[in-house]
Design a protein around this ligand. Sequence first.
Ligand SMILES: [Zn+2]
Length: 306
Amino acid sequence: MVSVSVDLDAVACYHRIHALPDPPPDGARHAVLRRCLPRFAELFARHGVRATFFVVGADLEEDAEGRAALAALARAGHELGNHTHSHPYDFVRLGPVRVAEEIDRGHAAIAACAGAGPVGFRAPGYEISPEVVGLLAARGYRYDSSILPSPPYYGAKALVMAAMRVAGRPSGSFLDNPRVLLAPRRPYRPAPSVPYRQGGEGLLELPIAVTPIARLHVIGTSLILAPAWLRRHMIGAALRAPFFNLELHGIDLADAEADEMPPALVARQPDLRRPLAHKLAALDETLAAARAAGARFVTLRDYASG
Ligand SMILES: [Zn+2]
């Protein structure tokens, strides 16, 4: 079984990571929902994929055009999951009241858009806490899909953040508890006190795909940036597992020039410097390989309910 999910982080989120001005210039502000989202819809239609879109509640409130597009995708059988109200990178550090508020406001905005409340959650920056797991379970959520148990990803992020600190421009991002690196690769029920470990009941954690042993993260950005031989290896390894939880981001299908991506952001994100045709081809190759391997595409909601 293969689940494809897309985190619809707006350009403003990337500006916060890279310590660039927030909000970004007007042209790029709604680019993810207005320009990238239709490309995903088309890609998924071509491969018969019903996907899960993780939506930031505030974007629905601010952008009627994006909201209408997401409502249409929900009607077509795609899932809308909760990606918080405002995508704060310090989400788990906000304290119980504001953490609950982020979950609940995101939930309400998505319920109003899709006609039904979300049952799945993904935290900003791949970081959860016992508190978050407890709040989701108390609200009847079926799954969380925030864990990325990948030392290569963790190392690369730590390096970038250290460099930014040295340069006097600290990142808006945060580094997770290193215990996440030992989290299971397979779906599990997190222990109430340590969500990186198996041992609970109720809520299901659906970790994002990593390869065995090296635990290389198999996500949109790594598939787009990898040389062809490595991409093939990553796809093959992910497809040998019983469940391939493929995480993409809306910005993965941005066209830097046509979508008016701010040059300062393009300078900091190598994936934005790849032509759209290359990025589409990498994702096409991934989904075609899944189909050739006989994969069944299910939303994360369907996987968690099955
Ligand atoms: Zn995000």
